[in-house]
Design a protein. Structure first.
Length: 607
């Protein structure tokens, strides 16, 4: 096969389309190529075909992207011949010069259609890769796209990794002419043929011009009619301009690549420009007048318009005025075509909808406010229902007991034994205390809902407050033979409101006593967790089920009868505990297991 010149068409050609690859991709390929050459040294015996194929493909990728940094991976002992050369190149630097001349002739990325490739391991340190392909230069209808070429690369393992020690390329010998890397003279000859055709056509046009001269008199006769048509067109344009001026919407036109071509006075005004400043629009990208948040939407719509895929509907954008302020617009667009039906520009009508958007936002906020108000109203109704339930039943019940047993004492005092009298008095006493606690919680809760409780943070010795709360409840504990225990350091201090903290402790300890069996234990402890102090009230009582745990701290849920003596709990005390704990920026929660007791925990800020 005949070979021409010293110029190269290294068969380093890609298997896929490289026309869209950028310089950053070339740099990435170069790094990947270097890594593969370095990392595969010594591994050819196990993975020779896989590794050499990877090296072969990465070499093609760099070559196709026209990156001459690939020449650094040639061996110093390099040889090769080019598809158009007539001698063997034995010097690496000479091959580098040929490669760069190759890249100078065709600077844009090239593409190949890889037909076949074979990898052979000739020795532990030598491998050869042979590929057949079709070359696609970035030139329409180039002749190489119809021919098959061949590339042979020989790889050798050297001290610093794998290197290319030989490269040979073969393309059809009759294509490459003297002084070429790629067969370009064919294009020159074709251009010469076109010039000849132009010259011939010029002669024909000259003859046609002579014929046209003969028709001048006839054209002169029709000239008057033409002038009348021009005048009619001018009048039509004047009407169109009047319509554009009278419309309240802005009208504009952009090119297919997004450059402004026409702007109406109203459109300029909407964007904060005067009529005299309309020229500042022309030629500028339409994206400069749209907020970046709407750029993707605009780009997609332009593409769809040109492709004939757009729906005929208004589209909203956030636009930018000259002073860089933002306003909302809706736009209706259509494509203008030439006489052949090919799109040539995009006409759009724009309307300022800022006021409408503000109204919609206000309406949306109003609806949200209504929803929040409705939710708050439901909560208030639930609270009201809970309060009425407590007043109507839970508060009424202890007073009925007091009234009944007091009446019995009054009527049967003489007939009753001393034991019965003490029993009745004890029931009246317990019911009175229960009613008092419930009434106290009701008043506290009512005050918390109306903001009637003062909140005063001060440094408090936690153990002292706990001891005070326990002292009030000792009698309740003794009645059930329950031991009250504390594990709180004397130096532990918290920032809290005295009354609120006492209410929390009193409710939690009282509940623990209520739901602990006779002879049980209730313990109050505290731990320093960093910024907060964790307080726990634990008992070894009957415990709570998972269902009962979920009802705690909620005013909208009716608590069931629980406790060792079917003692009723309204849950209002726990609701107060939750509100007062959160008032201190703390939290409250419960852990329990049926038959093993419960632990109620809450946090307070440290002093």
């Amino acid at each position: 096969m005949k070979e021409k010149n010293q110029k190269s068409i290294d068969a380093d050609l890609l298997q896929h389309d490289t026309e869209e690859r950028k310089n950053s991709e070339s740099a990435g390929s170069e790094a990947k190529f270097r890594t593969l050459f370095d990392s595969t040294a010594g591994e050819l015996i196990q993975n020779d075909e896989k590794n050499i194929r990877q090296l072969f493909d990465d070499y093609l990728q760099m070559y196709a992207s026209r990156d001459d940094r690939l020449t650094k991976y040639f061996s110093e002992n390099f040889s090769g011949f080019t598809g158009g050369g007539d001698f063997l190149v034995k010097d690496k630097e000479q091959w580098v010069a040929i490669t760069r001349q190759d890249f100078d002739q065709v600077k844009d990325p090239i593409r190949i259609e890889l037909k076949d490739v074979a990898i052979q391991s000739l020795a532990d340190t030598i491998a050869v890769a042979t590929g057949f392909f079709i070359i696609h230069l970035p030139i329409k209808d180039h002749i190489l796209s119809r021919e098959t070429a061949r590339l042979v690369l020989i790889f050798s393992k050297e001290s610093d990794g794998w290197k290319i020690s030989h490269s040979s390329i073969s393309i059809p010998y009759y294509l490459v002419r003297e002084g070429e890397i790629y067969p370009m003279k064919e294009l020159v000859e074709r251009n010469q043929h076109l010039e000849d055709l132009v010259a011939e056509r010029t002669i024909q046009l000259s003859k046609a011009n002579d014929d046209l001269q003969k028709t001048n008199e006839e054209l002169a006769r029709t000239n008057a009619e033409h002038m009348q048509a021009v005048e009619a067109l001018q009048q039509s344009n004047q009407k169109l301009e009047a319509i554009i001026s009278a419309t309240p919407d802005g009208i504009g036109m952009i090119s297919l690549d997004g450059k402004m071509q026409f702007v109406s006075d109203k459109l300029a005004e909407m964007n904060g420009y005067s009529i005299e400043q309309i020229d500042e629009f022309i030629g500028k990208p339409v994206f400069g007048f749209i907020d970046p948040s709407s750029h993707k939407l605009l780009s997609d719509n332009i593409r769809k318009l040109i492709a004939g895929e757009a729906e005929n509907k208004l589209t909203e954008y956030l636009a930018v005025k000259k002073d860089n302020s933002r306003f909302y617009i809706d736009v209706n667009s259509t494509v203008l075509v030439d006489s052949t039906g090919k799109p040539k520009s995009i006409l759009f009508v724009e309307r300022d909808i800022t006021e409408r958007k503000l109204t919609e936002d206000k309406l949306r906020n109003y609806r949200q406010h209504l929803e929040e108000s409705e939710k708050e109203l439901k909560q208030l109704n639930s609270s009201k229902d809970k309060l009425l339930s407590i007043i109507g039943h839970d508060l009424k019940n202890p007073f009925q007991i007091i009234s009944s047993f007091a009446e019995m004492l009054k009527e049967d005092f003489i007939e009753l034994s001393e034991e019965e009298k003490r029993k009745y008095v004890d029931i009246i006493c317990q019911s009175s205390k229960s009613a008092h606690r419930l009434l106290d919680n009701l008043l506290n809760w009512a005050q918390s809902q109306t903001g009637g409780i003062n909140f005063l943070l001060e440094s408090l010795q936690l153990k002292k407050i706990v001891d005070n709360s326990i002292d009030v409840l000792i009698a309740q504990a003794k009645n059930k033979n329950i031991e009250l225990d504390t594990e709180i350091n004397e130096v532990t201090t918290v920032m809290a409101d005295t009354n609120m903290l006492d209410t929390i402790l009193r409710n939690l300890i009282s509940n623990a006593i209520k739901f602990t069996n006779n002879g049980g234990t209730v313990k109050v402890s505290a731990d320093d967790t960093g910024e907060m102090v964790l307080v726990k009230v634990s008992d070894n009582g009957i415990g709570l089920s998972k269902v009962d745990l979920e009802k705690l701290f909620r005013i909208d849920v009716k608590n069931s009868d629980i406790g060792d003596s079917r003692e009723k709990g309204t849950g209002l005390g726990l609701i107060l505990c939750k509100e007062f704990a959160e008032k201190h920026n703390g939290k409250i929660w419960a852990e329990s297991e049926v038959g093993k007791g419960s632990t109620f925990s809450f946090t307070l800020p440290k002093n």
